[in-house]
Design a protein. Structure first.
Length: 106
């Protein structure tokens, strides 16, 4: 077994064990996405990716009901990037836009 295959195998095994103990509704999807995206960097990177995505998914569940449509729209657009990207999409759209000063600067 080559070194890269050994790392991928260890990363996958660690991620799958982690997924078994997770409480996120779609932890298997999160783990799978993290393995495919950053599995080459090892089990620690996969673990960080999984934990960040789970935290973002949990945070989005606690957003106010008024944000539901926005969360749904961002989920449709950004699902491939994971929950962290979906949360960033929502947060950018919820952020107050800078006020435009209507008086010309002199």
């Amino acid at each position: 077994m080559t070194t890269i295959h050994r790392w991928l195998w260890l990363g996958c095994a660690a991620a799958l064990l982690h997924a078994a103990s997770c409480h996120a509704a779609d932890s298997a999807e999160i783990v799978e996405r993290c393995i495919y995206e950053i599995g080459e960097f090892g089990a620690d990177a996969i673990d960080i990716c999984v934990k960040q995505d789970q935290a973002a998914e949990k945070a989005l569940r606690n957003y106010p009901p008024e944000a539901a449509a926005l969360i749904e729209a961002c989920t449709k657009r950004m699902k491939g990037g994971g929950w962290v990207m979906i949360q960033r999409c929502v947060d950018r759209r919820l952020a107050p836009s800078p006020e435009i000063n209507e008086t010309p600067h002199q």
